[in-house]
Design a protein around this ligand. Structure first.
Ligand code: NAD
Length: 250
């Protein structure tokens, strides 16, 4: 019988930042498509709250800034077909509001983690003759910027650049690498940014107004793009930075 579109049947997918928001929605989308998912996050209680019952769902506590922990989780995971690098933070501030420590932390979590995760999974993918890496960047990157996002925009631009390098360097090994560039997405981290302003209603309206569609994106909409990029239907797509932003970048 023919498989439904976007089937990940028989695939093993490792997801970082899987306990909340876009990562959590992607755990559900990949599991529903038949993948065996290894959901990782630094937040153990969030992992425990993932819906039970997904066939083949495994969880592992993983802080992506710890290269030894990355090596351990990847070794335990067995062969990984799909790596979804989703863990990330959204630091606020212009250059003069950003300390060197904050800048470094943003790069550690948003960029160096993807470098370390990629280094951990690529040898196995090369040995098996193929693999698929999907990195979560942002439309605030090489595509556009936003006020008070200096470190964030720089990290996500680096994610887009790293994605293209991995795509080009390993295309001959059957490995694809793409990035997703979301606009403003309704997730726990966005809620926290809204609450932190102290003027939640006005802040929410301003975030909504950034999208010409007049609404926030949903984590499920980003997960649907991840599913497409993870699936054989996107077999000719590599090195792409896919914008999903309700028109924010227009
Ligand atoms: P979220 O905060 O709702 O979820 C992020 C998850 O990542 C959390 O479970 C958190 O525990 C985990 N995490 C954070 N640091 C980690 C670390 N060091 N190691 C392991 N796990 C860690 O965030 P979200 O909004 O779903 O964002 C997910 C990704 O999407 C991020 O890379 C973010 O930059 C990107 N993004 C989000 C938006 C948005 O508007 N929400 C827009 C563009 C891009």
């Amino acid at each position: 019988m023919a498989q439904p579109p976007f089937s990940l049947h028989g695939k093993i997918a490792l997801i970082t930042g899987a306990a909340a928001g876009i990562g959590r929605a992607t755990v559900a989308a990949f599991s529903k498509a038949g993948a065996k998912v290894i959901a990782t996050d630094r937040d153990p209680s969030g992992l425990e709250r993932l819906p039970a019952g997904s066939d083949g769902l495994r969880t592992a506590v993983l802080d992506v800034t710890d290269p030894d922990a990355i090596a351990g989780v990847v070794a335990q995971a067995g062969p990984i077909d799909i790596l979804f690098n989703c863990a990330g933070i959204v630091p606020s501030g212009a250059v003069l509001d950003t300390t060197r420590q904050e800048w470094q932390r943003a790069f550690d979590i948003n960029v160096t983690s993807i470098f370390d995760m990629s280094r951990a999974v690529l040898p196995g993918m090369i040995e098996r003759g193929g693999g698929n890496i999907i990195n979560v960047a942002s439309v605030v990157s090489t595509i556009k910027t936003a006020p008070n996002r200096a470190a964030y925009a720089a990290t996500k631009a680096a994610v887009v650049a790293l994605t293209k390098s991995v795509a080009l360097d390993y295309v001959g090994k059957g490995i694809r690498c793409n990035a997703i560039c979301p606009g403003t997405v309704d997730t726990p981290s966005l809620e926290a940014r809204i609450a932190a302003t102290g003027e939640a209603e006005a802040a929410r309206c301003a975030f909504v107004a950034r999208q010409p569609m007049g609404r926030l994106g949903s984590a499920e909409e980003i997960a649907a793009a991840a599913l497409y990029l993870a699936s054989p239907e996107s077999a000719f797509v590599t090195g792409h930075a896919m914008v999903i932003d309700g028109g924010f970048s227009l």
